[in-house]
Design a protein. Structure first.
Length: 189
């Protein structure tokens, strides 16, 4: 992760993988008995994926998308024994197509480790719009951050309801946005 950060800083956005505390906070409150499809965008070395695999129902389909070929190869090796996980080398801005190609029209939750604030606005809009169309009723868009609360207003431009959960035990300290009720990109005030 450090190597990737040094060579492609903006796309990686963090020098260390998320802690277990971060992973737990991101996944907290998911109804594991009923969640049958979850997509993870920007999995890095897989700390969120590992917790996801541990908690998800064995019948749940978990699609994990990573753009970096080296990280993706490592993820594929790490999770090859987990039959309900598919690690895909691909661009999260096209995750609607990636899911459609696998016959998955809806997901219960979208988990994002992507550095969304540093994405071009059009790419960010595409990811959040696809999430809104893809998430089933009652589902959530969940976003990791290592800049606690700084982008709260940005997520509020897209979602009616945004809750922030602080995670002090992470390097650096971070948090999680849990978003519901997409309302389209609203202009910044
Ligand atoms: C901050 S790291 C998060 C890694 C991991 N989720 C964690 O919590 O440790 C961001 C990850 O998003 C990936 N990424 C960046 N842009 C992407 C894109 N357009 N599609 C898929 N993955 C992307 C990077 O390669 C990197 O692995």
């Amino acid at each position: 992760m450090m190597r990737a950060f040094l060579t492609q800083g903006k796309r990686i956005a963090s020098f260390a993988p998320s802690s277990r505390f971060m992973a737990r906070k991101l996944l907290d409150g998911i109804d594991w008995a009923h969640a049958r499809s979850i997509v993870e965008l920007g999995a890095g070395t897989g700390p969120i994926t590992a917790e996801l695999v541990r908690l998800a129902h064995p019948k749940a389909r978990l699609v994990v998308i990573e753009l970096d070929p080296v990280l993706c190869g490592r993820l594929q090796a790490r999770f090859r024994e987990s039959p309900n996980v598919e690690v895909v080398l691909g661009d999260a801005t096209k995750f609607g197509e990636i899911l459609a190609a696998r016959g998955i029209p809806k997901v219960d939750h979208v988990l994002s480790g992507l550095p969304l604030p540093s994405f071009p606005a059009a790419a960010r809009d595409a990811i959040l719009e696809t999430s809104a169309k893809t998430i089933s009723a009652g589902g959530t868009f969940r976003q990791l951050t290592v800049m606690p609360l700084i982008y709260y207003k940005m997520y509020r431009r897209y979602f009616e309801d945004v809750r922030f959960r602080f995670v002090p035990f992470n390097l650096p300290p971070g948090g999680v946005y849990v978003c519901r009720g997409y309302r389209g990109a609203q202009p910044a005030k």
